[in-house]
Design a binder for this molecule. Structure first.
Ligand SMILES: C[S@@+](CC[C@H](N)C(=O)[O-])C[C@H]1O[C@@H](n2cnc3c(N)ncnc32)[C@H](O)[C@@H]1O
Ligand SMILES: [Zn+2]
Length: 277
């Protein structure tokens, strides 16, 4: 991780700013955190180390599925929504996974920087490799985020946990939060036949409630497309979702084997834009 990226981070113990010396990030109080050899920084307090992020298999499936471009309409919509960014703005993705969306929104501006936050070490390893302008940090999004107040101009939250108070603290005045949530129609063709976790009918209300008081909604956009997925892509798609944890993999393979190829699958998500209240 580049030293200038570490300067936007704060110590998870005392909240002082961190700075990089060699391969160790440290604060003025003497707390220190070694960079992992894969390039990410683990700022998860040891008490939280039992939290389950995505497994190696889920991150592997996500890397291959997203690499197939099936969710490119979501990435393109985020890039358009972030069009007002300046060259040297800092972007943060909460629950970044493989940093697919963060790297897309960073675009080609050489001075723009990004921080990918995820509780999964496997995701963090992957995000650390994506782009030199991205700093990859392991942390728990439900706790205090290890970032300085007012440090980011844009925050992304795509199918990921949202901690409104912390996201608002880290966003600079005038900063923007872009949130992507699935609609009822999302992957509908697969949900029933494969026994995937259904989208919560109350999702929209829960989104509003989770951000109320800290953010004001500035707009929403429906992002939809029709994906044509072969069986391998369907398997990767299922294995990267939370459904992967409770499905019997042998039964899943048998159910996928009888699906038409390609299968037509709906992509339907809402991209909402929020400003700090
Ligand atoms: C559905 S994935 C989305 C990843 C990425 N935004 C994408 O759409 O490709 C959710 C991500 O949130 C991470 N996650 C789950 N709980 C978390 C937590 N408490 N703190 C930080 N990240 C968390 C998971 O490890 C996973 O990478
Ligand atoms: Zn400290």
């Amino acid at each position: 991780m580049e030293a200038d990226l570490v300067t936007v981070l704060r110590c998870p113990v005392c909240s002082d700013a961190l700075a990089l010396t060699g391969r160790t990030a440290g604060c003025s109080q003497g707390h220190s955190y070694d960079l992992a050899k894969q390039g990410y920084l683990n700022l998860l307090p040891s008490a939280s180390s039992g939290i389950d992020g995505d497994s190696a298999a889920m991150v592997g499936a996500r890397t291959v599925f997203l690499g197939g471009g099936h969710y490119a309409p979501i990435r393109d919509a985020l890039i358009l929504a972030a069009a007002g960014l300046r060259e040297d703005d800092l972007l943060v993705e909460v629950g970044a996974g493989t940093a697919y969306y963060l790297s897309g929104v960073l675009g080609t501006a050489p001075g723009r920087r990004g921080i990918a936050l995820d509780v999964s070490r496997y995701a963090a390893r992957r995000a650390a490799k994506v782009d030199r302008r991205i700093g990859s940090v392991v942390c728990d999004a439900w706790q205090e985020l290890p970032l300085l107040d007012d440090s980011a101009q844009l925050m992304l939250n795509v199918f990921a946990p949202r901690n409104a108070a912390e996201m608002a603290r880290v966003l600079a005045p005038g900063g923007t939060l872009l949130v992507v949530t699935p609609n009822q129609e999302h992957l509908a063709e697969l949900v029933g036949v494969l026994g995937l976790v259904k989208v919560d009918q109350e999702k929209e209300r829960r989104l509003q409630e989770s951000l109320a008081g800290k953010f004001e909604q500035a707009g929403t956009e429906l992002v939809e497309s029709v994906m044509r997925l072969d069986r391998t892509a369907i398997e990767q798609l299922v294995l990267m979702t939370p459904s992967a944890r409770h499905l019997n993999h042998r039964e899943l393979a048998a159910q996928i084997a009888v699906l038409p190829e390609p299968s037509v699958v709906t992509l339907s998500v809402t991209l909402s834009t929020w400003q700090v209240a």
